[in-house]
Each structure stands twice: as structure tokens, then as C-alpha cells.
Design a protein around this ligand. Sequence first.
Ligand SMILES: [Zn+2]
Length: 267
Amino acid sequence: MGMVWANFCNIFLLSALSLGLLSTACAPPVPQQSYVRECILPEDQAGTISGRWPIPEVPVAFFQPHLPMFLEREITAMVSAAETWNKFYGSTRGFDLVNIGTQSQPLTANISRPDAPCSQDGLIMHGRYEAPVMLYMATNWPYKESGQQDIIALTSFCFTPEQPINRFYMAMLEFNYQYFFQDGTKQPDVESIMLHELGHLIGLDHSCEGSPKPGMPNCSQGNIDRDYLDAILYPIIQFPDGVNGEARRSLRRNDMGRANCLYDPAE
Ligand SMILES: [Zn+2]
């Protein structure tokens, strides 16, 4: 009955160092396809499914005291990213997966960031799904001590191990508003970042990694599938002019194929 705290889901800023390292992993954009409807999980991506929620309409709530701090356009972008996932699942599975409210009335809750999210006294949830997924603006980035200032956003979750897919019962999304998004810092495209983080939230790990593990392709291997590099769940976002992050606001083939393996319409 282990409850595991996993926070390997993030987007890294492409630094000058990793640019050289991953220069083979830059794919030209692929034109948007119509929705992929079947479950497609390539063998070399077998380890890229993290878990799934027991119910559709997972509520995602802005931490209420933070809400006035997000700009209206940022809230609009985040809600829009949720709608992109919902339109996809609405078409392929017949339900909305995420409930973040509307642009004029986003969902809010007043649950502070837990210190020990998955422990017995850490939070409200003890193996059950009882509270919304919380969305935080982190003006004091909690992961900077471990040298992870370059992470733009992080999705973390608690799950109970289950076959064939682990079951989520708590999660949070944190946006790094200390080192990004503010005046004078790099400006990632909020909608693109949210679309990526929501991909983690629904249960997808990255399409590939710089430090690969079993069932996870290596992003820099020469013969890597071009769809992995094109995916929204690709771990790196580019800043072509050095300041503004690229806009990647639509789901790609690899994201959709894997996402269809998570939620079965018959369940
Ligand atoms: Zn990520």
C-alpha cells in the first residue's frame, strides 16, 4: 500500500549547454492532424504511462490567494489548454477529463501547498480522491536548492500502485514565477506550458528523456521517431529569440495515441 511521491514531470529550459547536447533532437513542426482515436503505445514508450484518475472531470483549481496575481490573459491561456484536452477526450472518449471552470469563472480553492503531500498527515487525502488538483503560482520556487531553477513548471502527484495502470489520488501543478513569466525573465507561452503539464496530470510521462530509463526513449539518439520530438510531452521548450518561448498549443499524434491508452470509454 505504498504511496509514492513522484515529481519527474517537468519542462526544462533549453540552456546553451543542452542545446549542443540535443541539437539532433530539434524536429521541424508537423502539420496538425485530425484526432487520433485509437490507443497507440509504441514498445519503446511502454514506460511512459504514469497513472490515471478514477473519474473523469478531475477538478483543477487555482489557489485562491494567488488568483488575483495571475493576469487575465494567463488564466485564459490555462483554461484554453484544458479545453484542448477536453475537446480531444470529448471526441475520442465522450467526456471532459478536466474541470478548470471557465475563463470568466475559473475554479478556485483555498488549499495551501502541502509540505509532505502523500504522507498520512500531509494532506487531506488518504488514498481517496477528495480534493481538487491545485494550481500554484510559485514566486519562491521550491526546487531551486536542488539546482532546478530551469524548470518552468512542475506537475507532481500521489498514486496508489495498481495494475495495469497506477491510480492517482492527488496532484498539484506549480508554475515557476520566480525565474520565468515575470518582467525581465524569460516568457514561456503559458498555454503551451499548461498543455504540457496537463498531459502529465492526465497520466502521460515525457515522449523521451535526456537520461532515459526502461520504456523511455532517449531524446538524443540518432534514429528517434520524429513524432516523439514533435510531441507536446517532449521535455524541452525552445526560446528562439532568447526571451519568448515557442507556442505549441495543439496536441500531436504521439500525445493523442498515448492519451487514448489511459481512459477506456467502457469503464
Ligand atoms: Zn514535462
